[in-house]
Design a protein around this ligand. Sequence first.
Ligand code: PAF
Length: 285
Amino acid sequence: MQTVHSVAQVREHVRDWHNKGHSVGFVPTMGNLHEGHISLIHEARARCDVVVVSIFVNPTQFGPNEDFDRYPRTLDADAAALVEAGADLLFAPSVDEMYPLGQNQTWVDVYQLGDYLCGASREGHFRGVTTVVSKLLNIVQPDVAVFGEKDFQQLAILRRMCEELLFPVKIVGAATSRETDGLARSSRNGFLSDSERTLAPQLYAHLQQVKANIDSGDKDYRALETRIRESLDTAGFSVDYFSIANARTLASAGPDDTHLIVAVAAKLGSTRLIDNISLAVVRDW
Ligand code: PAF
């Protein structure tokens, strides 16, 4: 595996692969790779002849009071993990390489889908994500790009962006990778203290509780959200949102919706965790 830092180098490699008729899979990341990322790389590997991974901690998707500065940067360990995972090319650009004119004047924004869930409390976050992913897709020009379902809203927004802007790429969502106690794998899990780490799997346990309630016919979603939010707050979380939403629009779900996403964001100490599950509601009438 080669590591390159410039746009020109990536383009050279990809042009060469495409000329040889190879399909190119792409996994964009912010590094500090864990098993969740590796599962995305395996997904890309299974679908394509070669796999490109990017590592770039993108400043424009962090708000002024968020964890950009303390976001873990572990490039050497990440490169070793990528060799092991069978990646072909690592693209690790600098901020100047990705934002060559300094402050961006061109932004890509997806409306509506970005208004709910994380978009409601992280102003500008998704605009930063869609802008940097547009740049990365323009650079790598992959046939397939793989994103984790743990970031369900991000995945929905990126799918919409690629469809509406006619990016010639297939967007693939890969299942959330979990620790044995159910906690969704995330680079931010490393910030948790021992006691917070013990508490953290409660997030997934509450999602499972909602699934059980809905499976047994509970359709009063607003009351269910309130109960679960209170239970998480009592357990020691500081809940940002707990939402039973329509999986397509991400707006609050009503009793007639058949495809739901149950999504949560909550802080333990200063660490913000997110998780979700998808549910198909079977109508009994
Ligand atoms: O999910 C992430 O790690 C980031 O949001 C992404 C897609 C790499 C864009 O910076």
